[in-house]
Ligand binder design. Structure first.
Ligand SMILES: [Ca+2]
Length: 210
C-alpha cells in the first residue's frame, strides 16, 4: 500500500512538471549560441539551414538593445560575429539572400569550407528555394507566420520578439526547428514517460496494492 502511494505521488509530481512544459517555449528553453548587444530589451533569431541530412540544423541567437532598432539592424549586429554570415538581396532591401554558419567550429564562417553551413538563393532552382522570414506572433516559438517579401527591412523590433529565417521552398514554407537545451525534454518523450508511469500504476492497481 505504502509503495503504491509513493508511486502515485511520483506520477502526480511528473504530471505537475509536465504542465510546465506546455506547447510554448521561453527564451530560457533555447540553446542560444551567443548574445549580442546590451539593454533592457531582448529578442531571439532562429536560423534554420535545413540540410537534407538527419538532425536539426537550426541555431538560435540572442539580442539585447535599448532605444529603437529594426529587425534588419538586429540581424546585422548579430552577424558581426565571424561565425555568422548574412547577405542581403541589395541595398535598402530587407530580404536575406544568404546565411552562413561556422559548423566546422574553427571560429569563422568560410563559404569555401564544405563543413560550414551555407545557402544562397532567391527563388532559383526547382523547386524555387529562398530564405523565408517568419515571426512568432504569439512570442512562444510554437506558432509561426511566414512574412511577405522584403517586409523586415524597416520594421521596428519589439521587445520579446521571436524572429526566424528558414531555407525552404517558396511555395511551401516550413517553420523552423527549435534548438532547445538538451535538458528540456520534448513533449512526446515526456508524455511517453508519463504514459509508462500510468501503465505501471495500473498494473499495480490490478495486483491489488501489493
Ligand atoms: Ca568554419
Amino acid at each position: 500500500m505504502r509503495r503504491s502511494m509513493l508511486w502515485l505521488g511520483a506520477l502526480l509530481g511528473a504530471l505537475v512538471t509536465t504542465s510546465g512544459l506546455a506547447s510554448a517555449y521561453t527564451f530560457d528553453d533555447l540553446e542560444i549560441e551567443y548574445w549580442t548587444g546590451s539593454g533592457q530589451n531582448e529578442a531571439v533569431v532562429i536560423i534554420d539551414w535545413k540540410f537534407a541530412t538527419p538532425g536539426i540544423e537550426s541555431k538560435a541567437f540572442g539580442y539585447r538593445w535599448g532605444g529603437a532598432k529594426t529587425i534588419k539592424e538586429m540581424i546585422e549586429d548579430i552577424a558581426a560575429d565571424p561565425r555568422l554570415y548574412a547577405e542581403w538581396t541589395g541595398p535598402g532591401l530587407g530580404a536575406v539572400n544568404a546565411y552562413g554558419w561556422d559548423a566546422s567550429g574553427n571560429g569563422v564562417f568560410e563559404e569555401t569550407d564544405p563543413a560550414d553551413w551555407f545557402h544562397r538563393g532567391f527563388g532559383l532552382g526547382i523547386p524555387p528555394m529562398w530564405w523565408q522570414h517568419f515571426k512568432s506572433d504569439t512570442n512562444d516559438g510554437e506558432n509561426w507566420t511566414a512574412d511577405e517579401l522584403e517586409a523586415p527591412a524597416n520594421e521596428p523590433l519589439p521587445n520579446g520578439h521571436w524572429d526566424a529565417w528558414v531555407w525552404t521552398e517558396m511555395a511551401n514554407p516550413q517553420p523552423p526547428d527549435i534548438p532547445i537545451k538538451p535538458e528540456i525534454i520534448p513533449e512526446p518523450v515526456t508524455f511517453l514517460l508519463v504514459g509508462l508511469g500510468v501503465a505501471a500504476l495500473s498494473r499495480r492497481l490490478r495486483k491489488g496494492f501489493s
